[in-house]
Design a protein around this ligand. Structure first.
Ligand code: ADP
Ligand code: MG
Length: 373
């Protein structure tokens, strides 16, 4: 008798979903990215009980057309990518059509949506665990979409218990990620709040629809943070052996190096390596590849090491957006899309460290007059 059998469809769905939605952070990441992809200029994230009871993301984006109601939460249904070849030219965060389908498998979730042409009338969509549309009803709603995720992992007891145990830490992790989206998103207003049981609703942070990342950072971290920052504006070739050893233009916080076929630009903001202006923990560091927030532990390490040469006791504030050719990295490495594979990472890190040292040295030589004895 054959012992190898196919796993039943429902179980496959649950297993795969658990890889896309691994924690509270992945829920928020997917929903906020969907809102940005929908062209929203206002995104409100509401946590209930730090996200344990519910997470709601409301946007004023395009809304969803009724023709898509049936398929929106089915696996691999997406409006953003039709074939693998489209991946290289992708302009959106989403592309695999997995988030809503995974959320339907792992939480009690519903959507309320309205398009500009719908007046004040919206539609509430409810789904089965499989992602199949269960029913619709008419509700009052403004243009845009609200996705509500309740009791995340209610059907995965071990994960639910872990989530409950670590909820404070998880919530803080989510806030850090939301900070990154709020800081990088130009012209998008963010509002993030948390309602604890029997307590008051607290605002975690707010941004205006600013036209610069600097103003976003100021809204999120306070105007004082901004005064300790200098612009980050690096440009170099991937291959360090091609680089001239010059320290030219380090003084104006910019290192221009001959651009080759793999030119990398890193733009953003960083704290001056001045003792007393850094922080004890590296909790204010955000990294992006072409404006996509992502985990880049090696890049973070390069920043911290270079900074340590000048300020041994503290960590820098870093907001660094790495501008790369779309064929120089792969976002499709992990199911949660936070891990990015960088082509030629070793060469990039080498050039980055060199450029940062030049940048910080440039600062060292130009102590503001006011600070001289
Ligand atoms: P993906 O983002 O990879 O396409 P998702 O499961 O996250 O997959 O979303 C499926 C589809 O649902 C999207 O392609 C989009 O068309 C639609 N959608 C999801 N969220 C929103 C939203 N907030 N506003 C408008 N459309 C949305
Ligand atoms: Mg998506």
């Amino acid at each position: 008798m054959a012992t190898i059998k196919a796993i039943e469809g429902r179980s496959v769905h649950q297993i795969q979903s658990g890889q896309v939605i691994v924690d509270l952070q992945s829920v928020c990441k997917e929903l906020v990215e969907n809102s940005i992809d929908a062209g929203a200029t206002s995104i409100e994230v509401r946590f209930r009980n730090n996200g344990l009871d519910a997470i709601e993301v409301q946007d004023n984006g395009s809304g969803i057309t009724p023709d898509d109601y049936e398929t929106i939460a089915l696996k691999h249904y997406t409006s953003k990518l039709a074939s693998y070849d489209d991946l290289a030219s992708l302009q959106t965060f989403g592309f695999r059509g997995e988030a809503l389908s995974s959320l339907s498998a792992l939480s009690k979730f519903h959507i309320i949506t309205a398009r500009a042409t719908d007046g004040a009338k919206g539609t509430k969509l409810e789904f089965e665990q499989s992602g199949k549309l269960k029913g619709t009803s008419v509700v009052a709603a403004k243009q845009g979409t609200t996705v509500a995720v309740e009791t995340l992992f209610y059907n995965l007891p071990v994960r639910r218990k872990e989530l409950e145990k670590n909820i404070k830490r998880e919530y803080n992790k989510v806030l850090q990620l939301l900070n990154a989206y709020a800081c990088i998103s130009i012209g998008v207003k963010f509002s993030v709040s948390n309602q604890v049981p029997k307590g008051k609703k607290t605002i975690a942070f707010l941004t205006n629809a600013n036209l610069s990342t600097k103003d976003n950072i100021s809204n999120v971290y306070g105007a004082k943070t901004i005064t300790a920052l200098v612009p980050l504006n690096l440009e170099f070739d991937m291959d360090p052996s091609d680089r001239p050893g010059a320290t030219q233009s380090a003084r104006n916080w910019s290192t221009q190096v001959d651009s080759g076929s793999h030119t990398v630009k890193i733009v953003g903001h960083i704290s001056r390596p001045v003792v007393g202006e850094g922080r004890q923990t590296p909790d204010r560091q955000m990294f992006f590849v072409n404006s996509r927030p992502c985990n880049l532990p090696q890049v973070a390490k390069a920043f911290n090491e270079a900074y340590k040469s000048f300020n041994i006791t503290q960590s820098p504030f870093v907001f660094a957006d790495i501008k790369l050719d779309t064929n120089a990295y792969d976002v499709n490495v992990s199911p949660d899309k936070r891990t990015i594979m960088l082509h030629d990472q070793a060469a990039l890190l080498e050039s980055l460290k060199q450029s940062l040292l030049e940048l910080f040295e440039g600062h060292d030589q130009s102590v503001p007059q006011a600070q001289l004895p």
